[in-house]
Design a protein around this ligand. Structure first.
Ligand code: NAD
Length: 358
């Protein structure tokens, strides 16, 4: 149920309607209390205007109890993966936020929608485009919103770079470049098991370069060419790729050149136009973004504030506002599906060593 911080208005016939007040907050269930769900998302509710934490789903009862106590979630709001479907009977939960390993995204989206809840699902959306389509169909059937956790769409430096690129500040865009990577940990991580992750660095971190190529250019690629380089003797990379570089061809003639890797820390975005450059480094990290516009790095820009107090508050409150106002999120399931189709083409190109037309 939607909790209203403001007054309950009454119509002439006495039917209550929720007054749209700035304090109105939707209730969230966080599924998966791991590095992202617990470490990053849960502490963000304090920065939100329209979103609050009301439930937890975890396979670890002691952890769930501890987190619930710390964040004021009632014990009746604690679920595990078996009792997950009982969220249906919890009217305080409006939105389920899925922060699980990738192989669980589709199942928990479909079950969550069947429980009558809106879904915010982490990236990458799923293991395959077929799974993405199933998730979209399930949410449509249930009449629920589906949004993907593409937080950079709410991040001020990225928004400012997009605005300046669209305003023509660097002239006609010719070339986009992005390197994204981090040093992967021990081989036991689900990220390094193909059945759980769907793939290696591209699924996890290279997707930021792909996303940025699309939102910075405002275009959809028409063809891809990719090359993978993986040291298979490294125990981390028995099942998934380390480095994969991919070139994207855009309709306007812009070329996108991206590198994704699990063996070095990289977080860089560069746009080259015929009159200058826009550069972000880091570009998509949690904090510390820097932005330069012009030629080289002499003109550093501080952007205006983004839509939320933080990129995560902006993301959570966007989802809530879309539910409240019955609007489609700016990063709906279809956006996750578009990325997944391109990712599949990138893997195909690397495998077959040929250009793939999209
Ligand atoms: P994590 O391994 O730290 O946490 C995963 C959680 O899922 C853990 O609580 C784990 O106990 C639980 N889980 C339940 N069943 C599991 C199973 N069978 N195997 C493994 N774990 C199981 O992972 P994470 O870093 O929190 O990533 C979760 C999701 O969030 C992924 O989709 C990831 O891509 C995404 N993520 C997004 C960002 C971002 O900036 N948007 C950052 C990090 C992670």
């Amino acid at each position: 149920m939607i909790a209203a911080g403001g007054a309950l208005a009454a119509t002439a016939v006495g039917t209550p309607v929720w007054a749209a007040t700035p304090e109105r907050k939707l209730g969230y269930a966080i599924v998966g209390l791991g590095g992202y769900g617990l470490g990053v998302i849960i502490p963000q509710f304090k920065n939100c205007q329209h979103s609050k934490l009301v439930a937890l789903v975890s396979g670890d009862p002691a952890k769930a109890k501890r987190v619930a106590a710390e964040y004021g979630v009632p014990e009746s709001g604690i679920y595990d993966y078996k009792s997950y479907d009982k969220l249906k009977d919890n009217p305080d939960v409006d939105v389920i936020y899925i922060c699980l390993p990738v192989f669980m995204h589709a199942e928990y989206t479909v079950r969550g929608a069947a429980a009558g809840k809106h879904i915010l699902c982490e990236k990458p959306m799923a293991l395959s485009s077929a799974e993405c389509e199933t998730m979209i169909a399930a949410c449509k059937k249930a009449g629920k919103k589906l949004m993907i956790g593409y937080r950079c769409h709410f991040e001020p430096y990225n928004l400012e770079a997009i605005r300046r690129a669209r305003a023509g500040e660097i002239g006609k865009l010719r070339y986009f470049r992005s390197e994204h990577g981090f040093t992967a940990g021990g081989p036991s991580s689900w990220r390094l098991k193909k059945a759980m992750s769907g793939g290696g660095s591209l699924m996890d971190i290279g997707i930021y370069a792909l996303q940025a190529a699309r939102y910075m250019t405002g275009e959809e690629p028409v063809a891809v060419y990719a090359k993978e380089t993986t040291d298979r003797s490294d125990p981390r990379f028995r099942e998934v790729e380390d480095m994969i570089e991919f070139q994207l061809e855009f309709p306007s003639g812009v070329i996108g050149s991206c590198m994704s890797m699990y063996s070095a820390n990289q977080n860089h975005i560069l746009l080259m136009g015929d009159k200058g450059r826009i550069e972000l480094e880091p570009g998509t990290s949690y904090a510390g973004q820097r932005l330069w516009v012009g030629n080289g790095r002499s003109n550093e820009i501080t952007p205006p504030p983004g839509p939320g107090a933080t990129q995560w508050a902006g993301q959570l409150d966007h989802m809530s506002k879309c539910v409240i106002d019955n609007r489609e999120p700016i990063v709906p399931g279809e956006e996750g599906l578009r990325d997944m189709r391109i990712i599949e083409a990138i893997y195909k190109s690397a495998r077959e060593q040929k250009r793939i037309v999209l």
